[in-house]
Write a protein that binds this ligand. Sequence first.
Ligand SMILES: NCC(=O)N[C@@H](Cc1c[nH]cn1)C(=O)O
Ligand SMILES: [Zn+2]
Ligand SMILES: [Zn+2]
Length: 430
Amino acid sequence: MAHFIKNELTALGAEIELRDLGKQEGTDVDLPPIVLGRYGSDPKKRKILVYGHYDVQPALVEDGWDTEPFKLIQKDGKLIGRGSTDDKGPVMGWINCIQAHQKAGIEFPVNLVICFEGMEEYGSDGLDDLIRTEKDKFFKGVDATCICDNYWLGTSHPVLTYGIRGCSYYAVTVSGPSADLHSGIFGGMVSEPLIDLTHVFSKLVSPKGKILIPGVMDMVVPLTPEEEELYDDIKYSMDDLYAATGSKTNLFDTEKESLMARWRYPTVSFHGVEGAFSAPGAKTVIPAKVSGKFSIRTVPNITPRKLDDCVTEYINKVWEELGSKNKLEIKLLHDGMWWLSSPNHWNFEAAKKATKAVWKVDPDMTREGGSIPVTLTFEEELKKNVLLLPMGRGDDGAHSINEKLDLINYINGIKTLSAYLHYAAVEPMA
Ligand SMILES: NCC(=O)N[C@@H](Cc1c[nH]cn1)C(=O)O
Ligand SMILES: [Zn+2]
Ligand SMILES: [Zn+2]
């Protein structure tokens, strides 16, 4: 992907370099390079930094895809395939902006600074360091940043986003026997790692979503009446939620509570268990070693460090109380900070005008439940406004099966990104 992007952009006249990041920590695996680029160097024009990622979540046909996930299919007005909406489609969208200007013979309105990474879905390994090192070199003089890597809330109304949650991702490993055991022979005679792990996991969060780890909710900033009012005008209905999840499994009955749960409160999610029997059939095995994966989405003012203290102390206490002879290990696989900004900035004004010009409606101002770890780093290090301008819809199935991007969102998305650059070139900065 990095080489593909480099070739596409180089052919369009951009200056591109692939920045090597060395090996992934604790492994012999090469990290995917960061694509850094520049398109235009006119000192009279503003410098706009655009960020996206070319890595994707894993996908297998066996997960339930109707088509081969890594082959892009166009069907019924949709582009279907892993990464179509998150985030290969939007990355292509930036490339298409340049192509469109060249084909139409229209002068490109800004100097584009490009940063496309390949580790976003795993905590953006290496990118924070690169931004810190390059803030006064490669990123020098950037006027504003635009990230196209999230989604509309629903399916019909465009949004601009000024907040995202952070994410701390954990693996809890329980091990005991030296190899998997026959459950008929050893069941009842030994402590089972998966039973112990299930016990620990059951103490983290209630089925209604209440976080049971002491200290976590204490760090959450209280809701103010002004903030509560902001939820009243958001165009989002419970039907949007039902449609996007393909179910009526909502934890809350109202839009407001549901959005607050997604935007301004932390959540614990369980992702899977490595080492546990998961194939079809009925294998009577006691797995010897299991790693349960869970993550916590974080919000103002939770810090990854304090959260990690709360998590570690609590799980160790639960484990001690259990009194198992198995071994437990907690590992923080990666963490990333939440980000909360204000949409009252010329960068957002430019995006509002662009959205209105293309979609003929004013965008809603939203926060997002997902995470993009480098957002805060860009803002803090470059000291310039960051805007999230999404292309896809809330029902695109990002991270799920049959991920799609509606063709109209792709085409109008490219128009919106282009129009944004034109407005950003001239929007008064005050
Ligand atoms: N489009 C943004 C996105 O999907 N981000 C991921 C990033 C991530 C993965 N692990 C931690 N953060 C997300 O899951 O929100
Ligand atoms: Zn993603
Ligand atoms: Zn993404």
